[in-house]
Design a protein around this ligand. Structure first.
Ligand code: FES
Ligand SMILES: [Fe+2]
Length: 432
């Protein structure tokens, strides 16, 4: 296949006149980022309902390889069984003991450490300890409870509900990025979890804009140019941005240089770029010509989340005897801690009920898109019927124009919130 000259040739025509460029956007309310009710809706309607990314296939290659992930108050086990990769609720069917605590590993049998029920790698109950009532106990009905599982472009997705919106429609144009960066074939060389004391949306914002690079990340800023950057308008429940690598460097790493061969299908114009693509709600990619960083953020409470970060490289590189991901890992590991400080301190700022949202710049279109999408998904029930008909992010994006026009109304609203604050000081929460 011939190489396109730019990702812009491979995605839908970009509208340079989109509403955001006329009006910009603004942030949202204190309640939107910190409220219990907003969090409850996000868990129910987004994380409890939609297809969610949970892993990369390269981490689950062998039979019996497993990973676990905590989602809200639940936990999911993803394991490579005899029929491929399948997710299960990560608790024992006997009395609910959390079956696997480790984040990753390999086992052919899963033994519950409470009373020793044993499951095989297909989730079937294999053996039990204790005396049961054989005349009605059915072993086959006491296997692990499966969770809907699909794999696309090397990413494992799960859905905790039966009415998740169509996965392929949600992924929209993501496939073009996945194809040229060979996502399905990459190898995960390292994965690391980070707890973050902020709302998950603040992490999603942070990863999708480079405006903070000069102040937060001196290493990244040295190598990437936040002034030569832009946003995409993409089809599907995805958002994206791009940013240039400065002349003199060829890799986003501590050294800025790499001998790795650029991935073959990456367009010429994108070899000196990072393409930041997010599959909403929470899967964030940094695509570069010599590796891909993938990270996702999982809410735990309104004010806490955790991030799982993966470093993915092409197998033709990882097979080399002198392969090292050290300079790449070092850059992002440091940048991650710098980012969490930004997110956590922002969360502390927004936790003031008197917070009034400010104007977003042209570089922050994605921040506005993420918030608009989440707001549409979690709108008051009376709005839900309309939203359900059009969950595509494009409709959410259209809200940006209205939202920006609404700045003065929001300013007025601040006075009302001040009253609310006084009125709700017993609980410390305002509703809305
Ligand atoms: S809870 Fe697992 S065997 Fe009892
Ligand atoms: Fe950052």
């Amino acid at each position: 296949m011939t190489r396109a000259s730019s990702m812009f040739d491979l995605i839908s025509d970009q509208d340079d006149e989109r509403p955001y460029f006329e009006t910009g956007g603004i942030g949202r309310s204190h309640e939107f980022y910190t409220g219990e009710e907003q969090h409850r809706r996000e868990m129910a309607r987004i994380y409890g309902r939609r297809w969610l990314p949970v892993d990369h296939v390269s981490r689950l290659k062998d039979k019996g390889a497993y990973t676990t992930l905590n989602i809200g108050t639940g936990s999911v086990l993803i394991i490579h069984g005899d029929n491929g990769i399948q997710a299960y609720h990560n608790y024992c069917r006997h009395r609910g003991y959390k079956l696997v605590e480790e984040a990753a590993g390999k086992r052919q049998s899963l033994v519950c450490l409470y009373h020793c029920w044993v499951y095989d790698r297909n989730g079937k109950l294999k053996s039990l300890n204790g005396t049961y009532f054989d005349h009605f106990f059915e072993k086959e009905k006491n296997g692990l409870l499966p969770v809907r599982t699909e794999v696309r472009f090397g990413v494992v997705f799960i859905a905790l509900s039966d009415d998740a919106p169509d996965l392929d429609a949600s992924l929209g144009e993501f496939g073009e990025f996945a194809r040229v960066y060979e996502l399905a074939d990459l190898e995960c060389v390292e994965a690391k979890d980070y707890p973050v004391a902020s709302n998950w949306k603040l992490v999603a914002h942070n990863v999708n804009e480079s405006l903070h690079f000069p102040t937060a990340h001196k290493d990244l800023h040295r190598i990437t140019d936040f002034d030569d950057a832009g946003t995409y308008e993409l089809k599907g429940d995805i958002v994206g941005a791009w940013q240039s690598i400065r002349n003199g460097y060829n890799s986003v790493s501590m050294t800025g240089r790499s001998a790795r061969t650029p991935m073959e299908l990456v367009p010429e114009a994108d070899r000196m770029k990072i393409n930041w693509i997010t599959i909403l709600p929470n899967l964030l990619f940094g695509f570069t010509a010599d590796y891909v960083m993938m990270q996702w953020v999982w809410p735990e409470s309104p004010g806490t989340c955790f991030v799982r970060h993966f470093w993915l490289f092409h197998p033709s590189e990882t097979a080399k005897s002198d392969f090292s991901h050290e300079a790449v890992f070092a850059l992002w590991d440091k940048a991650n801690y710098e980012d969490w400080e930004m997110c956590e301190r922002t969360h502390r700022g927004l936790s003031n009920p008197l917070w009034a949202p400010g104007q977003l710049s042209l570089d922050e279109e994605v921040v506005s898109q993420i918030d608009s999408w989440v707001a549409a998904e979690t709108a008051e029930r009376s709005d839900t019927a309309a939203n359900a008909e059009d969950r595509a992010v494009t409709s959410a994006k259209a809200e940006d124009a209205e939202q920006a026009a609404d700045i003065s109304a929001k300013a007025e609203d601040t006075a009302a919130k001040a009253e609310d604050f006084a009125g709700t000081s017993e609980t410390g929460k305002a509703t809305g």
